[in-house]
Ligand binder design. Structure first.
Ligand SMILES: NC(=O)c1ccc[n+]([C@@H]2O[C@H](COP(=O)([O-])OP(=O)(O)OC[C@H]3O[C@@H](n4cnc5c(N)ncnc54)[C@H](O)[C@@H]3O)[C@@H](O)[C@H]2O)c1
Length: 284
């Protein structure tokens, strides 16, 4: 199957969180396909380093790589990013609202960390949607908005409730966005939810010093995303070297079953339910 037209030479991608990890890997892949890329991040030095690497990966010297330093949790910064994108390129074919972060939280306490995670992970993505969508529709050509969620926003494991809540909001907002776009007349913009599995990036390097066997590289996420968006998938749920797509589906269905079967929330991690989950085989 041919790749989606938005991943072709001369198309324009805007990527937040592009200084490292998944955003940086996507920027390099896009440039290698001849796409122009506007890379945004809050860390200027790291962003410049990444842009040098992305320019080196570009298909030709005609590929333009621009950078924009800013914080996605600030609406004015995202508006400035959009202004730069249209000034430099006149169009945006791929918008990746990808910047994200993690700090420790617990259900009560760490209020500042809660605010920070909601500001960056949820508001950062909402700012991107609010700022870019209408202009992308007005272009009148195929375009996509890819928002980066997380399995933690779907299955809600114990450990970091604010991260989970921020990513659950991204899932809900992106699902609604896709519904609203497909019900808008003459709209050629689509939305996708990118859900990486365990991926070795700046975010996960905080916890381990070398790549764990179970983790994917960010380039694998990029290739999986291009393939599955090209196939028309809204939910791009990446496996990793430990968790298969079938196992992801089992976990999602068990989590939904907490509601349908009136079990306690997060039952997968609770006593007897834990054993029941081990035996659980979803019927297709
Ligand atoms: N790595 C994983 O295992 C994993 C799993 C699921 C989801 N994700 C999500 O993938 C996305 C990319 O993360 P990554 O794993 O590549 O991590 P990363 O830390 O390597 O990259 C994230 C980038 O976002 C930037 N950033 C953070 N806060 C920002 C802000 N307020 N404004 C602008 N830029 C900001 C960082 O500077 C960094 O360059 C995130 O949304 C993350 O939550 C990652």
């Amino acid at each position: 199957m041919a790749d989606h037209i938005v991943f072709s030479a001369d198309k324009v991608a805007v990527i937040t969180g592009a200084a490292e990890g998944i955003g940086r890997a996507c920027a390099a892949r896009f440039a290698s396909r001849g796409m122009h890329v506007l890379m945004a991040d809050r860390r200027a030095e790291k962003l410049n380093e990444a842009a040098i690497e992305v320019r080196a990966a570009a298909a030709s010297s005609a590929v333009r790589i621009n950078t924009c330093v800013g914080d996605v949790s600030r609406l004015a910064d995202v508006e400035a990013l959009k202004a730069l994108a249209y000034q430099e390129f006149g169009q945006v074919d791929v918008l990746m609202n990808n910047a994200g972060t993690s700090v420790p939280t617990s259900s009560w306490g760490e209020l500042d960390n809660w605010r920070h995670l909601i500001d960056v992970n949820m508001w950062g993505i909402l700012h991107g949607i609010q700022t870019f969508t209408q202009s992308m529709i007005d272009q009148g050509s195929p375009a996509i908005i890819v928002n980066t969620g997380s399995k933690q926003g779907i299955t809600n494991p114990p450990g970091n409730p604010a991260y989970n809540a921020s990513k659950a909001a991204v899932k809900a907002a992106t699902e609604s966005l896709q519904h609203d776009l497909r019900n808008t007349d003459n709209c050629q913009v689509n939305a996708h939810l990118l859900v990486p599995g365990y991926t070795y990036t700046g975010l996960t390097r905080q916890r381990v010093s070398e790549k764990p066997a179970g983790a994917w590289l960010p380039e694998q996420v990029t290739d999986y995303m291009i393939e599955h968006i090209s196939r028309g998938s809204f939910y791009v749920i990446c496996p990793d070297n430990e968790v298969t797509s079938e196992e992801d589906a089992r976990r999602v269905l068990w989590g939904a079953g907490d509601i349908a079967h009136n079990r306690p929330p997060l039952s997968r991690w609770q006593g007897d339910y834990n054993a029941a989950f081990a035996q659980f085989k979803p019927t297709s």
